[in-house]
Structures are given as structure tokens and as C-alpha cells.
Ligand binder design. Structure first.
Ligand code: NDP
Length: 521
């Protein structure tokens, strides 16, 4: 395996173009412009103009039109997977099954369901029984999407198509580390638009650049921001959106715990933890990084994970049998190395793996670790996995929840029902029982973080509705002949007394009250 030197891309500094090299081979892949605030505003203006006709289509028409893009992506799936793997350094199979495949599933899922999810919803008005109320979903306008480098296709392009299903146009700012895949997606979008007249090329805009370009998206007049990235940047985005009173969805970092009870199936748990910790070289917001394992099975589980780790193939990401590729972002290696060094200095034992070799960080298993050390608090975004032995499940739950983040949590347990009870007590946006990390691939479920891991959600019916203004309309329904409502002027002791009487009869605990509760009114 070749130890690669820092590439030109990592050293790009403030040059006015992004120069992208493959983390795996060092080969130059391409360039992208660094766009300034004026260029971002121009992109937003183009998107806004295209959104008018798009937003006027019915949801069903939009879904039918978007199907063409999904088919185009499937036709180009192999080329896209290769492009993701080359630019990001993840294994080819992960590029296909973590980026391209879930994107296609997301599209197919919402093509079928968006019309129902976004259909007007009636509201029962309870006391104001003479009225009719409903909610209807209206596109927000232009949605800014700011993405990270670890899932350079499925996250920004997936967020963008959700915004499109909701009737918006989008302006996507990909990470400066992986802009080429977004440009490739845009090229496929433009090709699709040639064959599908309801789609307009300007509905998707790509603005490439560094942090300042991302900041410009937030201040460019967009109507909502969907941000995925680190906690510090997410806070800046939240402030920028708050100043403009526009909503933002924030999907931020995690330091995700797994709890393993004494009755867990060691073989499945070992395989799940292995994949959950080392997929994409640990550069996954949902990665398993700290395992609180019941002491009686701790050594057996750790040893099995170590054995399985030894069999993983690390190397050229473009080989179809490679299981760990290259680290995408050079500074991340130093962060991981720093956390590893701290753990060793505090008494942690390296069971396998260790020092990175250029861009390649070996999958590293540590035990003898104590809760509270940096490895249990800071996101390493590297293939580092810490085992912490605990005496009981209560201690494991307390340690798992003792974090300022709450993205994902995992429970490995012999009894799924018992596992679900533990899961309900964990402070995480999603907790998986006897499974690992792939919940983002289930588009019907919400993807969301608690505490510093985020605000709002993507995916799911609610995530789609959140991309709309949900407006409320109220009409008179079956009493249009009433010239005025009873609580309008004039006021009088008689009306006052009548309302008192109505309240006593309806809600005072008498027979009508009991009847109404019984029939659910
Ligand atoms: P960053 O926060 O560094 O960057 C995210 C995006 O924000 C990039 O496009 C970046 O541009 C842009 N950006 C930088 N500064 C600003 C700014 N001031 N205003 C607006 N945008 C800005 O995150 P990473 O790309 O390093 O991604 C890794 C992080 O993302 C990890 O913490 C990981 O946990 C998290 N993540 C969370 C996920 C979730 O769903 N919860 C999923 C995937 C990752 P540029 O790259 O050009 O600097």
C-alpha cells in the first residue's frame, strides 16, 4: 500500500479554483470554481425564476417528471459509483450501496408517496364545530442545500430532490473536498431536462467553493437551508438563518454509543459493530465509536471483532473487493491520530490497527478504555473503535446518554423487546436494535439529531412537509346563513351565562362530557 503525500487539493488554501485529486490514487480528477456571493445570488435568482412553473405543477405531475431523473441515475449508476469512489476514497461497493442506491430508493419512495403526504389535511375543529379547517402545503421557494464530503452524492443530491418533490428549486453547495460528483449529478440533471419538458435545468444550481460560498448561500435570499456538516459550522448556519428568520434543518455530528447486553448474539453483534465502526473508514456521522459491553462477554466480543478486523481488505477504493479505502479529508487523519494517541496515553490498549499509513488509516480496535476519555466524547470521524466494559445495563445507559451529541445509538440484545425498552431510554434521534448505521437508507424514517447533533429532520413524511409552508385555511362549512358568531359583539350577561352553561355541560364531568370522551370528540 502506498503512503500518499498531501495532495494539491488539501493545500489549495485560498486559490481561486478547487483542484481535486483522488484520495486513493493521488490522480488529479478535475477542477471547480470558487464562487463568490454575487455568483451565489445569481444562482438563487435563476433557481427562483425556474421554480414558478415547477411549483405550479401538481405534486403528482412533479413526481411523474422526477421519475425521469431517477431512471437517468440508475442508467448511470456504475459511472456515478466510480466517480464517488474516486473523489471520496470510499470503496466502490460503498459508493454504490451507500450513495447511489439509497438515493434511487429515496426517489422511488417519494415518487409514490409525495402526493398523499402533501395532500390537504382536514383538521377537526372541536368546539368550533360549525367551521371547516384544513392545512395545505405550499413550496417555500428556493432551498439552499449545504453538504459534507462523506456522502457527496446521497446527502446533497438527496436533500435537493426532496426539496424538488416539495415544489422548490435548489441551490447546492457541495463540500470543497468533493464538488465534482455534484457537478456530475448536475450534468445528468441537465441531460434529463432535455427529454422531460416539465423539468428545467435551473431548478438545480450548483455553487462550488469553500466555506465563504456556503456562508453566502445562507445570506443569498434562499427560503430555507438544509445543512449537513460539523457542529461548529452548523451553529454558524443556524445564526445566519435566525438573522433572516428562515428555517434551517441541521444534520450534524455524532459520537454514537452501542450498548451490548450479556445475552447478545456475539457473532451478529461483532459483524454489526465491525461494519458500523469501519464502513467509509469511520467517516460516517452514524459510526459506532464507543461500545459499552457487559463485562461477562466483553473479551469474547472484543476478540471476535479483532479477528474480523484482521480479515478486512484495505486498499485501492476502486477495486470491487476493497472494504476500507482512503481517508477523504487529510486533516481528519490528524484528528483521529490525536484521539488515538490520547487514548493510548491514558492507558487504552490497541488490540489491532494503529498508526495511519499516508491516506490509509487502519481499522483500529481499543479496549481498556474508560468512559469520559476523549475517545468517548469527541467525534474522531476515523476508524477508531473503543470497548468499555460495564457492570450493568443502567451504567451503560447512563454513559451512553452522557454526551452533548445525540444522533444515533445502538443496542445489541438477545431479546428484541428488551432491546427496544433500552432504546427508548437513549437520547438519540434514532436507535437501532441489533442493527448498524443504515437507517439513513430508509427514506420513510426520520433522519434527525438530538442535542448538538441537529435540528429538524430529513426524509420521512414530516421531513417532506417541512420543506413546504404548511398553511392553514378555515371556512364556514354547514352554517353559512349565520350572520354572526355567538362570541362576537354585542356582549351581554345572557351570552356570558350561556357560555358558562355550555362549558359545564361539555367539560364539567357530566354525562355529555363522558359521552364525548367515549366517542373520542
Ligand atoms: P463542515 O461543517 O466542515 O462542512 C460542511 C459544509 O459546510 C461544507 O460544504 C462546507 O464547505 C460548508 N461550510 C463551511 N463553512 C461554512 C459557513 N460558514 N457557512 C455555511 N457553510 C459552510 O463538515 P464536513 O464537510 O467536514 O463534514 C463532516 C461533518 O459532517 C462531521 O461532523 C459529520 O458528523 C457531519 N455529518 C453529519 C451527518 C448527519 O446526517 N447528521 C451526515 C454526514 C456528515 P467547505 O467544505 O467548502 O468548507
Amino acid at each position: 500500500m502506498v503512503a500518499l503525500a498531501q495532495t494539491e487539493n488539501d493545500a489549495a488554501g485560498f486559490a481561486d479554483r478547487l483542484i481535486i485529486h483522488s484520495p486513493g490514487s493521488g490522480e488529479k480528477l478535475g477542477e471547480a470554481p470558487v464562487m463568490d456571493a454575487a455568483e451565489v445570488q445569481a444562482a438563487v435568482a435563476r433557481a427562483r425564476a425556474a421554480q414558478v412553473a415547477w411549483g405550479a405543477l401538481s405534486v403528482k405531475e412533479r413526481c411523474a417528471a422526477l421519475r425521469a431523473f431517477r431512471i437517468k441515475v440508475v442508467q448511470n449508476a456504475d459511472a456515478l459509483a466510480r466517480a464517488v469512489s474516486s473523489e471520496n476514497g470510499k470503496p466502490l461497493q460503498e459508493a454504490l450501496t451507500h450513495d447511489v442506491l439509497p438515493f434511487c430508493d429515496l426517489m422511488a419512495y417519494f415518487e409514490h408517496r409525495a402526493p398523499k403526504i402533501l395532500a390537504p389535511q382536514a383538521i377537526h375543529l372541536h368546539f368550533m364545530i360549525q367551521r371547516r379547517s384544513y392545512l395545505h402545503c405550499v413550496p417555500r421557494g428556493v432551498v439552499g442545500v449545504i453538504g459534507p464530503w462523506n456522502f457527496p452524492f446521497s446527502i446533497p443530491i438527496g436533500d435537493a430532490v426532496m426539496a424538488l418533490f416539495a415544489g422548490n428549486a435548489t441551490v447546492i453547495k457541495p463540500s470543497e473536498v468533493t464538488p465534482l460528483i455534484a457537478l456530475k449529478a448536475k450534468q445528468l440533471w441537465d441531460e434529463t431536462c432535455r427529454d422531460e419538458p416539465r423539468l428545467h435545468p435551473d431548478l438545480i444550481q450548483i455553487v462550488t467553493g469553500r466555506g465563504l460560498t456556503g456562508a453566502a448561500v445562507c445570506t443569498s435570499g434562499v427560503n430555507q437551508v438544509m445543512f449537513t456538516g460539523s457542529v461548529p459550522t452548523g451553529k454558524k448556519v443556524a445564526v445566519a438563518c435566525a438573522e433572516r428568520l428562515i428555517p434551517c434543518v441541521l444534520e450534524l455530528g455524532g459520537i454514537n454509543p452501542a450498548i451490548v447486553t450479556a445475552d447478545a448474539d456475539v457473532e451478529r453483534t461483532a459483524h454489526a459493530i465491525l461494519w458500523g465502526a469501519f464502513a467509509n473508514s469511520g467517516q460516517v456521522c452514524a459510526s459506532i465509536s464507543r461500545v459499552y459491553v457487559a463485562r461477562p462477554i466483553a473479551e469474547r466480543l472484543t476478540q471476535r471483532v479483532v479477528e474480523l478486523t484482521a480479515s478486512l481488505q484495505q486498499g485501492d477504493p476502486l477495486n470491487a473487493d476493497t472494504e476500507l479505502g482512503a481517508m477523504t479529508f487529510l486533516p481528519q487523519i490528524a484528528i483521529g491520530q490525536g484521539i488515538l494517541d490520547d487514548t493510548i496515553a491514558q492507558g487504552g490498549r490497541v488490540r489491532c490497527g494503529g498508526t495511519p499509513n499516508g491516506r490509509f488509516f487502519p481499522p483500529t480496535v481499543l479496549d481498556n478504555v474508560e468512559h469520559g476519555w476523549r475517545i468517548t466524547r469527541d467525534e474522531s470521524f476515523s476508524p477508531l473503535l473503543a470497548f468499555i466494559s460495564v457492570d450493568d445495563t443502567e451504567t451503560a445507559i447512563r454513559c451512553a446518554n452522557d454526551s452533548d451529541k445525540g444522533l444515533m445509538a445502538y443496542v445489541f440484545c438477545g431479546d428484541e423487546e428488551h432491546g427496544a425498552r433500552i432504546a427508548e431510554r437513549l437520547e438519540a434521534g434514532t436507535t437501532m436494535v441489533n442493527n448498524a448505521i443504515d437507517s439513513h437508507g430508509a427514506p420513510g424514517t426520520p433522519w434527525q439529531g438530538m442535542k448538538e447533533s441537529g435540528l429538524g429532520q430529513v426524509h420521512s413524511a414530516q421531513g417532506l412537509r417541512d420543506l413546504c409552508q404548511v398553511r392553514h385555511v378555515q371556512t364556514r362549512s354547514w352554517v353559512p346563513w349565520l350572520t354572526k358568531e355567538l362570541w362576537w359583539y354585542p356582549y351581554s350577561p345572557k351570552v356570558y351565562g350561556a357560555f358558562l352553561q355550555v362549558m359545564r355541560v361539555m367539560w364539567g364531568g357530566g354525562p355529555l362530557d363522558s359521552f364525548l370522551r367515549k366517542v373520542g370528540k
